[in-house]
Design a protein around this ligand. Structure first.
Ligand SMILES: [Zn+2]
Length: 72
């Protein structure tokens, strides 16, 4: 018995891990660094800026690749 319908399956992506500490990142962020390491490396403010820029870039990328509005 399959619990995940095939159309949902496409949205499940490979799990990401923090490149620094290998913590699994489950919140769908665009950057492969967890908050703890990001704050440690860049500082909280800088890391938040980097994250939002990457989220932004990803959204634009998704639009270009047609991932958004795939309504079925
Ligand atoms: Zn980490």
């Amino acid at each position: 018995m399959k619990l995940i319908p095939s159309k949902e399956k496409r949205r499940v992506k490979m799990s990401k891990k923090c490149v620094y500490c290998n913590t699994e990142l489950t919140d769908g962020r665009s950057i492969d660094v967890c908050d703890r390491c990001g704050y440690g490396v860049w500082g909280e403010k800088m890391f938040n800026t980097i994250r939002s820029q990457m989220d932004d870039a990803r959204e634009k990328g998704n639009l270009n690749q047609g991932f958004i509005g795939e309504g079925r």
